[in-house]
Design a protein around this ligand. Structure first.
Ligand code: ARE
Length: 585
């Protein structure tokens, strides 16, 4: 066995508390090296004469990518404490691995084992229960619906009259969202994520002027309350965008700095580099990216912290919002987020905290900061396989396995799985407008572990290149909406609700990938049923045998709602799919 490939480290995605009684342990081994892996474990205080009385348990092969196999076990340490090591078997070798390194026989020194000291309940990663079953919908408020022309900002354009430029306004507002709540309800949405709504200068409102005011183009606080109440009445949770990394240029404290320079009371609110503070030609202060309109806030300053935490509290306490999406979350200090979490959870224990992080985010998912992150690694892998077609089925399986392995299972269950957002090209455009591919994207997203999020308009086939083109006005003329697509998304969401295994309580396993046909078969399984999904991601029809024995299992074609013959052979048209259900024996 290749020792260099073997990896384990406690207290991260390789060993973590799943709940107050259960530990999850993983180990990475070179692909194909081990035939069996066992966990050797015991309580540190039960160690007698160089050994434990109890024994070892077999681990399961959880998944593989192109280099590694990942072995997994869940166990309940009787006294909450655990020392453990791994016994790895290949055809001709038996190897023990622990904190002390590699051994040919079970080490008789307890210090050579890994240590999970104690399963303290307060440290267990815990997201609000409701999140797991949520289907999100993302609304960019300026572009969803304009119902109150009195609120239109100057030069508001006729709804949908052109593709948006960086600076266009179309006048979307809260009343427009309220008027169209049925669209969300029919779709089966149970959570809405709103892009920023606070007073700001631009159409996207990421340049906050006042964190305690609604932007007047959207309505007033009364209408916002009505919006939250309307959502709640329809079983829809509400999440707002918290832009705490930076303020807008016209935020009063920043304007004060520009005016009073060294004498300003707000010099420590920002990351100023020298005086006089000047925004142009290049800002001499830290900003978001290189945008002088977005001065970076000094979240280490207690005054700034106090101000922003009051903002976080205010919108929960006064308007009963259910969650915060944190903009540019990874550029803000961890300490700020820890305090943010403590306050938010104190006032609303089941509020959801979602960080915008595009990369591996394990340091934020330890239970003390975020409940989830926007799962762009999921997005990238899925779009590459289905939309862009630049990776094949096997590589997709590798990448999706890595997505799952990167986090604890309880974090995966609430990951915010998006296919597109206001920051990315429209998914239909990514699919080169091939709607069959788009359907496969939705199928994969809505049958995967985590909480799916639909970017407004993707469900009716809006197109658009990158920002600002991906922020077109929502199309409300039913004749111009893709009704077939809409119905597909609706049905997939209801399958998620009707069949827990199809949704978030099903264990995801890849059953087969084939690079020649480019198809992939995976299953979702819970205690009651197994659902087997095949995606034919190819312009050719396929005729394949599903690697599952249906004999005496009474399979049902869930998509077409009809019983199937007990055979594993299926035929799928180009970009076709099948969803087969069997009850577990
Ligand atoms: C505007 C224009 C852009 C132009 C830019 C230049 O629209 O076309 O390039 O100005 O200054 C908001 C607005 C944007 C606006 C931007 C600046 O929505 O329209 O751009 O402000 O004024 C990284 C960050 C991530 C960030 C993205 C955009 O990590 O946090 O970049 N996303 C949030 C929001 C945005 C928002 C802001 C931040 C600022 O979701 O909408 O922009 O508040 C890789 C990297 C990622 C990177 C990602 C995208 O994968 O690894 O780190 O994300 O690409 O670039």
């Amino acid at each position: 066995m290749l020792r260099e490939a073997i990896y384990h480290r406690p207290k991260n995605n390789y060993a973590y508390a799943y709940d107050k009684d259960t530990l999850h342990i993983r180990i990475r081994v070179k692909k194909g090296d081990a035939t069996n892996v066992y966990l050797i474990y015991g309580d540190p205080y039960e160690w007698n004469n160089g050994r434990w009385s109890n024994a070892s348990k077999p681990m399961l092969l959880e998944g593989s990518d192109h280099l590694f196999d990942y072995w997994f076990i869940d166990m309940k340490p009787e006294f909450g404490r655990c020392r453990y090591g791994f016994e790895l078997h290949s055809e001709n070798e038996r190897l023990i691995y622990g904190e002390g390194g590699f051994f040919n026989s079970t080490p008789n020194d307890i210090n050579f084992y890994f240590c999970f000291p104690f399963l303290n309940e307060i440290d267990v990663f815990k997201a609000p229960k409701w999140v797991k079953n949520t289907v999100w919908y993302q609304i960019f408020p300026e572009r969803f619906s304009n119902a109150d022309p009195k609120l239109n900002p100057p030069n508001t354009l006729l709804w949908g009259s052109k593709d948006p430029s960086l600076t266009d306004f179309f006048g979307g507002d809260f009343q427009g969202i309220i008027n169209n709540i049925d669209h969300l309800v029919k779709l089966g949405i149970t959570g809405v994520y709103f892009n920023p709504i606070f007073k700001a200068a631009t159409n996207h409102k990421y340049d906050t002027i006042d964190y305690f005011e609604i932007d007047p183009q959207f309505g007033d606080k009364k209408t916002f309350k009505k919006l939250v109440d309307t959502c709640h009445e329809h079983g829809i949770k509400v999440m707002l965008d918290a832009v705490f990394n930076h303020s807008g240029f016209y935020f009063a404290p920043f304007q004060d700095v520009l005016k009073n320079q060294e004498k300003s009371n707000y010099v420590d609110w920002f990351h100023l580099k020298k005086f006089p503070v000047t925004p142009l030609p290049e800002p001499n202060y830290d900003t978001f990216a290189f945008t002088h309109e977005m001065p970076k806030l000094n979240t280490e300053n207690p005054e700034v912290k106090d101000y922003l935490l009051r903002v976080a509290k205010y919108w929960i306490e006064e308007f009963d919002i259910d969650g915060w999406r944190l903009d540019v979350a990874n550029e803000v200090d961890h300490q700020f987020w820890r305090e943010f979490r403590a306050i938010v959870k104190r006032i609303k224990p089941d509020a959801y905290i979602l960080g915008e992080i595009w990369h591996d985010a394990i340091p934020w998912l330890q239970g003390d900061q975020f409940d989830a992150v926007m799962n762009y690694p999921f997005t990238n892998a899925t779009l590459r396989y289905i939309a862009k077609g630049d990776i094949n089925a096997e590589e997709f399986a590798n990448q999706i396995t890595r997505v799952l392995i990167s986090y604890p299972k309880n974090a995966n269950e609430v990951a915010f799985n998006l296919l597109g957002s206001h920051d990315t090209p429209r998914i239909l455009t990514m699919c080169h407008e091939n709607k069959d591919k788009l359907k496969l994207l939705f199928l994969f997203q809505l049958s995967f572990i985590g909480t799916p999020s639909i970017y407004y308009g993707d469900e009716i086939g809006l197109t658009g290149e990158n920002d600002p083109d991906c922020r077109k006005c929502m199309e409300w003329d039913e004749a111009k909406q893709d009704q077939e697509l809409l119905e597909l998304v609706q049905r997939l969401i209801s399958l998620r609700k009707e069949h827990a295994a199809f949704g978030n309580s099903g264990e995801f396993s890849i059953l087969e990938t084939n690079n020649e046909t480019n198809h992939m078969t995976y299953s979702k399984k819970n205690a009651q049923e197994t659902i087997i999904i095949t995606i034919n991601n190819s312009k050719n029809p396929i005729n394949i045998t599903i690697p599952f024995d249906f004999t005496n299992r009474k399979p049902t074609d869930l998509w077409n709602n009809k019983p199937l013959k007990e055979t594993s052979k299926i035929e799928l048209p180009p970009y076709g799919f099948s969803i087969i259900q069997v009850r577990n024996k």
